[in-house]
Design a protein. Structure first.
Length: 510
């Protein structure tokens, strides 16, 4: 299959470059900028993209490439830092400082006949983020675009098939950026659009069959999209040699266990572990959010290990790791970042388990995982389900978690989600849920005083869950939800709405 290699020079937009290319049905991988020439030859990409990055090419120790990369005869596209690097390594000159640009800019298309700029408007909006820029281009190159500020916003060399842009074609603010990337892939590199989920299913199941053969595989199934699709793909490859362990920790949404059972019991060996008491006993009296998270994470591992050890001849442990996890963990290893919350999910399993790891989704982005899941026949309701945190309702029951509070919250949450579905808003909202607050307030019901719990409604819209806006409901909708929750769920007499964005708030309350 034709592949593109993206070399990572540290830009915050790198994952986006990869997603754009995959969206055009061409396979690509993001690798550190310093991979060896031998690796590149073996990977045999039909094109290479140098990403942007925060450094200055002329700084000491700035990320660099082996100059022989330009002699491999493989087409290259340099983006931002990648442009500056390409240009300066091939004999061009850089200037810095004076013409710093950040944000929207307008480029003039100087070469509408260039294979790279074919079909691009004569003037179009792009997204810039740079202080250095190319002030003299290397021999053999010609200008493709300029702005009022910089003379070379895009340059190219048709003979060598090397192109470079100062702006970021991968972000949406570059209005014709997709077309430029598509020109690079199909006009310049001659790539074939072969990366399709149907092909992937064939290739992945073949690979899984070859790797696993007639051995047994254990998988932690959470009911979320990633572990469900991992399960369905593995089941397609190895059938009943797959055993999935689903741990009911008592912190799940209403009907969740039943839905998992219905979806998977005929597809694979499903073990449902009722560990509700074990989790609730350990959580008794604990109010500190991080402590709650740790207890749930550790208890999950204990329960899972106990069950997995009962499967005597298992050789493999399957995990639903996806490509952003792979990219993020390699980035996180480099830089120290503060822990806001210790996220965990069923992927975080014991390292000491003597099982070999299989991660059949580790090359896929979330959109691709969803598409794959649908192609494998999983229900759309499951595939499009909002994300649910590993520690479950425990981080939505502020303060101490008890069985009674779980029951109250499950009902309230169910009503909110049901009304969101009825109003046709489910797919428009990225995540919605109810939070049970650790306070009681006074109310009046049928002439009597009540003293009961308050719940908060939370609904957000987000692309990446790193930042999020609160969702603006119609007041009539909120009125209906509030009156249903108060009337139908015992022990709740007040409903409030969370109208905080992330940052500074987070999506979950704990
Ligand atoms: P926050 O609250 O950090 O949440 O803004 C961002 C997204 O992550 C989800 N989340 C988790 N997911 N394990 C998970 O698998 C966790 O421990 C966890 N904590 C938060 C949250 O629901 C939101 O989608």
């Amino acid at each position: 299959m034709d592949k593109i290699l993206i070399l990572d020079f540290g830009s915050q937009y790198n994952q986006l470059i990869a997603r754009r290319i995959r969206e055009m049905n061409v396979y690509c991988e993001l690798k550190p900028f310093d991979v060896s020439l031998d690796f590149i030859k073996e990977f045999a990409p039909v094109g290479i993209i140098f990403s942007g990055g925060p450094s200055s090419v002329n700084d000491e120790g700035a990320p660099d490439v082996d100059p022989k990369i330009f002699e491999l005869g493989i087409p290259i596209l340099g983006i931002c830092y990648g442009m500056q690097l390409t240009s300066s390594r091939l004999g061009g000159k850089l200037s810095s400082g004076k013409s710093r640009e950040y944000g929207r800019a307008y480029i003039e298309n100087l070469a509408p006949d260039s294979p790279f700029f074919k079909g691009i408007s004569l003037k179009t909006q792009v997204w810039m983020s740079h202080s250095d820029y190319v002030s003299e281009i290397p021999q053999g190159f010609y200008p493709i675009a300029k702005t009022d500020t910089i003379p070379f916003a895009a340059i190219g060399n048709d003979e060598k098939k090397i192109y470079a842009v100062q702006f970021h074609p991968e972000v949406n603010h570059s209005l014709e950026g997709r077309k430029m990337l598509s020109n690079f892939l199909f006009e310049v590199c001659g790539a074939k659009a072969e990366w399709k989920m149907d092909n992937y299913i064939k290739i992945a199941t073949e690979n899984l069959k070859n790797t696993i053969q007639d051995k047994k595989v254990v998988l932690g199934l959470s009911g979320g999209v990633d572990s469900s699709v991992t399960a369905a793909l593995l089941a397609r490859a190895i059938g009943k040699n797959l055993t999935a362990i689903f741990v009911d920790n008592g912190l799940l949404r209403k009907n969740e266990r039943e839905e998992v059972e219905a979806n998977f019991k005929d597809m694979l060996n499903l073990i449902v572990v009722d560990a509700r008491d074990e989790f609730l006993t350990k959580l008794a009296g604990v109010t500190e959010p991080e402590k709650k998270r740790k207890i749930i994470g550790n208890t999950f591992i204990e329960v899972f290990e106990r069950e997995a050890n009962k499967i005597k001849d298992a050789d493999f442990l399957a995990q639903g790791t996806i490509y952003p996890d792979v990219i993020e963990s390699s980035v996180n290893k480099k830089g120290a970042s503060t822990t806001i919350k210790s996220h965990h999910n069923v992927g975080g399993l014991p390292e000491n388990m003597k099982l070999k790891l299989v991660e059949p989704l580790r090359d896929l982005f979330k959109d691709e995982v969803r598409e794959l899941g649908l192609k494998l026949g999983l229900p759309e309701k499951l595939i499009k389900r909002h994300p649910f945190p590993g520690p479950g309702l425990a981080v939505r029951i502020l303060g101490e978690v008890t069985g009674e509070k779980c029951d109250i919250l499950k009902e309230a949450d169910h009503i909110f989600i049901e009304e969101i579905r009825n109003a046709g808003l489910y797919d428009e909202i990225s995540q919605a849920f109810v939070v049970l607050l650790p306070v009681k307030t006074v109310g009046v019901m049928g002439d009597c005083r009540t003293y009961e719990y308050v719940v908060a409604l939370r609904a957000v819209k987000t692309d990446d869950f790193m930042t999020a806006d609160w969702f603006e409901f119609d007041p009539k909708f909120l009125k209906k939800v509030s009156s249903r929750i108060i009337n139908e769920v015992k022990r709740i007499n007040r409903v409030v709405m969370d109208i905080s964005s992330k940052p500074p708030a987070t999506i979950e309350w704990e």
